[in-house]
Design a protein around this ligand. Structure first.
Ligand code: NAG
Ligand code: NAG
Length: 232
């Protein structure tokens, strides 16, 4: 038994050794080829050139200059001890309260008609499969890029703001809290985490909705004829 083992092992060892040497040679050649390529590439194109072009030349600075350092001492609705971010208590005269706040923060009142805060979010715990979390990340990157291009703000919530409204209804509580926290936003745009923007140039036709407080996309026949709430 022992002799057989010795005989069979020896040729395998030499064969393995030859393949190993061949692999090392190929690796050295590959490394050399890559090294000489990158050396030429880096001498022609320095790292600073690549980054300076993307960060300065091609990107505009902040589209609006909001004065975030100044908060006047006059009381606003935020000083009201009854103020509530949750759904259980409605806010009275919201339009007036918001108007007074904007008057005290004039830099936020400029170009307000087009100011959008995009909200999205997911459940607080991991998805059942890792691909789910990967897709959530990619979905958020898509929205963050869209907002960056159009100068919109974005907020991702993975908290349950109201214990009675978790799962798909969690969005209602997030929207309510964000409306109170962001009087500078003319529009709050909710987008489900699994919805993807495919046309990055698309802009919501806000002019069309200027007489409305709530816009819900859906299929008219399913909403008005079949009265199906899942059609929105
Ligand atoms: C960066 O900008 C410089 C000058 O504007 C230009 O010559 C160079 O080709 C640009 N580099 C890249 C990677 O676009
Ligand atoms: C913010 O507003 C205050 C008060 O009007 C002003 O003194 C300050 O210079 C402003 N800051 C910026 C960055 O515009």
């Amino acid at each position: 038994m022992t002799r057989i083992k010795v005989h069979t092992k020896a040729p395998t060892f030499f064969r393995d050794c030859r393949s190993f040497i061949l692999a090392v040679l190929v690796a050295i050649l590959l490394f050399y080829a890559l090294w000489s390529f990158t050396e030429t590439a880096w001498t022609n194109l320095s790292v600073s050139t690549i980054f300076s072009n993307t960060t300065t030349d091609h990107c505009t600075s902040q589209p609006q200059s909001l004065n975030r350092t100044h908060d006047p001492p006059e009381p606003t609705f935020y000083d009201d001890p009854e103020l509530c971010y949750t759904l259980d208590k409605p806010i009275d005269n919201w339009d007036d309260k918001r108007k007074s706040w904007l008057k005290l923060h004039p830099s936020f009142a400029d170009n307000i008609q087009d100011r959008i805060l995009l909200l999205t979010g997911s459940q607080p715990s991991p998805c059942k499969s890792p691909i789910g979390d990967h897709l959530l990340l990619r979905g958020f990157k898509n929205k963050a890029d869209y907002c960056r291009i159009h100068g919109y703000d974005i907020f991702y919530s993975n908290a349950c703001f109201d214990p009675k409204l978790c799962n798909v209804w969690a969005k209602v509580a997030v929207i309510r809290a964000s409306m109170v926290a962001h009087p500078e936003a003319e529009w709050i745009w909710w987008m489900d985490s699994d919805a993807i923007i495919t046309d990055m140039d698309f802009k919501i036709p806000l002019q069309r909705y200027k007489e409305h407080n709530l816009v819900v996309p859906g299929w008219p026949n399913l909403v008005y004829e079949k009265k199906s709430w899942v059609a929105v």
